[in-house]
Design a protein around this ligand. Structure first.
Ligand code: HEC
Ligand code: HEC
Length: 345
């Protein structure tokens, strides 16, 4: 037999073997995966339950719109500028602390067929949210929080996709992101994880952790997180600076995230009821919280979910770190930022 023919036969039988073994070993694979993961289906079935669950998650816990829409910061709570929902925006890269010349664009993911995600498949959303790969195959810049969204249960993620894709089209073209090479160091997309089951709600602290990780409380409340150098031992201890239109009537303020560990310098004095009141009203006692803290979204969380979040925060190691936004900013030797009461640390 000639070499070519041999190779031909080998290839053919390999294909045949693959098909054979796939059929024998995974005979009813299709049924199994369908019940194991709705995310592997060509189209995620649109059900009223998924639509409602997705609306709840996106508008309370996940705050996708803060990046993928225009926000009206003159309002308290903030609202989404009508007609811009999921239509994307160019983010203020300099305010976030990226080098000039960087242009980070949260794309138009509305159902518009020309400029949005109207023609994408559900699997494009699954890949973006689970692996950090865009519909065009590019690795997504990790400011898009896929490192967290990828841990949502299959059913929660399916619900998010069903909801986002149900929203009206926004007919606006957004440019592509321009991100300098130096910001890509260490950035990789992820492999597709296996099916992820529903979180166990009978364990409030575990369930609370699931919620906190998806809401990214720690990203803002841990100094250095956005600079890619979270300070060791400072998880949830505050001090990360925020500059932007977060003050009364959208005035520009310079503030810091607060210490939310159960230390006396943190929120050890909060009880569950005060925590719920604070998140729902954006007001800790008589002190107004600025809108840099996304309480405008978190206020829509159910009592059960807020209680679980609080239960988890209570399990954190207490960290001594005084931060007070009603005081003038001074240098803090612990977190190396300037914030109120920094000089007392
Ligand atoms: C902190 C800002 C931020 C949040 C919050 C956010 N995104 Fe994104 N998203 C981005 C950015 C920025 C990109 C584009 C990154 C790039 O260009 O490399 C992106 C990209 C995407 C893409 C891929 C688009 C494409 O071109 O294929 C999808 C889908 C997406 N986001 C959906 C969501 C959903 C759904 C949520 C909420 C569950 C969400 N995002 C929350 C910033 C954000
Ligand atoms: C986008 C950044 C960001 C995220 C995400 C975030 N926070 Fe905050 N948070 C802040 C900032 C900034 C402040 C301080 C606001 C002020 O003083 O005006 C704050 C304040 C608070 C306070 C008030 C503490 C006090 O002493 O009065 C609590 C409680 C809190 N956050 C809890 C949370 C929880 C729980 C989550 C997650 C569900 C969360 N935060 C997510 C930025 C954030």
């Amino acid at each position: 037999m000639s070499q070519t023919l041999l190779r031909g036969v080998a290839a053919t039988s390999l294909v045949a073997f693959t098909i054979f073994s796939a059929t024998v070993l995974y005979g009813n694979r299709q049924d199994k995966t369908a019940s194991a993961s709705v995310l592997l289906m060509d189209a995620i079935p649109r059900t009223p339950e998924r639509l409602a669950r997705g609306a709840y998650l996106v508008n309370s816990l996940l705050w996708c719109q803060m990046c993928h829409s225009r926000t009206d910061f003159t309002r308290r709570p903030t609202s989404i500028v009508p007609g811009t929902e999921f239509g994307g925006q160019i983010l203020d890269s300099e305010a976030i602390g990226f080098p000039s010349g960087t242009r980070i664009v949260a794309p138009n993911i509305s159902s518009d067929s020309d400029y949005g995600a109207g023609n994408w498949k559900d699997s494009d959303f699954v890949r973006a949210l689970r692996q950090g790969i865009g519909h065009d195959g590019r690795t997504l810049f990790p400011l898009m929080p896929y490192s967290r969204f990828r841990n949502l249960s299959d059913e929660d993620l399916a619900s998010v996709i069903v909801y986002v894709r149900s929203m009206p089209p926004v007919h606006v073209e957004r440019p592509k992101s321009v991100i300098p090479a130096e910001l890509w160091t260490g950035v990789n997309s992820y492999p597709m994880p296996g099916p992820i089951a529903e979180p166990d709600k009978s364990q409030p602290t575990n369930y609370g952790k699931y919620l906190v990780m998806a809401a990214r409380c720690d990203e803002c409340h841990t100094p250095g997180y956005f600079e890619d150098t979270p300070l060791p031992g400072m998880n949830f201890a505050g001090g990360e600076p925020f500059d932007g239109p977060f003050g009364p009537n959208g005035t520009i303020v310079h503030i810091a995230s607060l210490n939310i560990t159960p230390d006396p310098s943190g929120i050890s004095y909060f009880d569950e009821a005060m925590f719920l009141r604070t998140i729902r009203s954006g007001q800790a006692g008589t002190r107004e919280l600025t809108t840099a803290m996304p309480w405008s979204f978190f206020r829509n969380l159910s009592d059960e979910d807020l209680r679980a979040i609080f239960a988890y925060l209570r399990t954190l190691p207490p960290v001594k770190h005084r931060v007070d936004n009603t005081e003038p900013p001074t240098y803090c030797r612990i977190c190396r930022n300037k914030h109120g009461f920094g000089n007392l640390n």
